[in-house]
Design a protein around this ligand. Structure first.
Ligand SMILES: *Cc1c(COP(=O)(O)O)cnc(C)c1O
Length: 337
């Protein structure tokens, strides 16, 4: 396998928490499988999360191309945008974020507050539905690219979620790390649950699982609509990543299942099951899930445990992908009143 340039940004390896108090709360070893939580919320870069792994390869690629400015897009509370802003600072680069919001002047809170602290230049694209602004944010990105070039700077554009082939490699190496930890612990989990959005994490995890012969089935839990286009996106990212790595392994559509049962009303709209998961994990393990991604992923795991779908003698892993800044937004706080 080819070694690709990597810019160190994340604190690795991230730890694994054995969620024993949660297991007790779910009926103990007689009824509930062992639940391990892979703590990619603790990657440390700018409050952590899964994007740190992708950004190690994306920032290295940007520097190799002589970039001065990193540009990316997302919803106003994008974790990816916040971590990209942090990564740019660590690498000594400028950062411009093009963010969609339904407010003309979105409240400066959660991830947006952190974007501001990291000194990112933010351009807003108004949108009723943050997922439908794709065409317009591309126009703004094109404008920024033109302005940067006119100012004599080289821009590097990272797609939504960092889910390019280069970004996906972060979860090929992430899988190598996880499989090594599980082997050292002497466990062979049957499932790995994770919240899935732009699918770069899934692309890397899927390619990585094949390359490192992971024991688990991947259980991606969709947090937003978009099938089947997103399957194609994940497949292309995974297979282009395989080409970059110089490995013959390929991923097919059949490898890219995601559970569509926990989206609720849509991206960023909390679900009752997700809110319950946030409370339960906070009160048993003092681990904080986020309202957009990890709570919906964890709600799937809880539903499957309670339905008796997973034998209690099994071990399962939940990949905690971060996202805690969204807890500190008025939208989340309103669910507590
Ligand atoms: C971006 C993100 C995900 C989803 O990762 P994708 O690669 O976009 O599918 C999951 N959880 C959190 C907290 C995220 O920020």
């Amino acid at each position: 396998m080819r070694e690709l340039p990597r810019y160190p940004l994340a604190h690795l390896p991230t730890p694994i928490t054995d969620a024993t108090r949660l297991r007790e709360a779910l009926g103990g070893p007689a009824r509930c499988p062992r639940i391990l939580i892979k703590r990619d919320d603790l990657t440390a870069l700018g409050l952590g999360g899964n994007k740190a792994r992708k950004l190690e390869f994306l920032i290295a690629d940007a520097l190799a191309m002589g970039a001065h400015t990193i540009l990316t897009t997302g919803a106003v509370q994008s974790n990816h945008a916040r971590m990209t802003a942090a990564a740019a600072r660590v690498a000594g680069l400028r950062c411009v974020l093009v963010l969609t919001s339904r407010y003309d002047v979105p409240p400066l809170e959660g991830n947006l507050l952190l974007d501001d602290l990291f000194g990112a230049e933010v351009r807003f694209v108004p949108s009723e539905d943050p997922m439908l602004a794709v065409g317009r944010d591309e126009e703004v990105v094109a404008d920024v690219v033109r302005d940067e070039r006119a100012a004599g700077r080289v821009p590097y554009v990272i797609p939504v979620g960092g889910s390019s082939p280069v970004g996906a490699i972060g979860y090929v190496t992430g899988t190598e790390e996880l499989v090594g930890q599980l082997t050292a612990m002497g466990v062979a989990p049957t499932r790995l649950y994770f919240g899935s959005g732009s699918r770069g994490t899934q692309a890397g995890l899927t390619l990585g699982a094949k390359l490192y012969r992971a024991p688990y089935m991947l259980w991606g839990v969709a947090v937003s609509a978009g099938e089947p286009e997103k399957i194609v996106r994940a497949m292309n990212a995974a297979n282009d990543a395989a080409v970059l790595l110089g490995v013959p392994t390929r991923v097919t559509r059949d490898d890219l299942f995601t559970d569509q049962g926990f989206i609720g009303e849509g991206y960023g709209i909390p679900t009752p099951g997700g809110l319950e998961a946030i409370d339960l994990l906070a009160r048993t393990e003092a681990i904080l899930l986020d309202p957009v991604y990890t709570s919906k992923g964890f709600a799937a795991l809880l539903a499957h445990v309670r339905a008796g779908e997973i034998p209690p003698t099994d071990t399962v892993v939940f990949l905690h992908t971060g996202g805690m800044p969204a807890l500190f937004t008025r939208e989340f706080v309103a669910t507590r009143r």
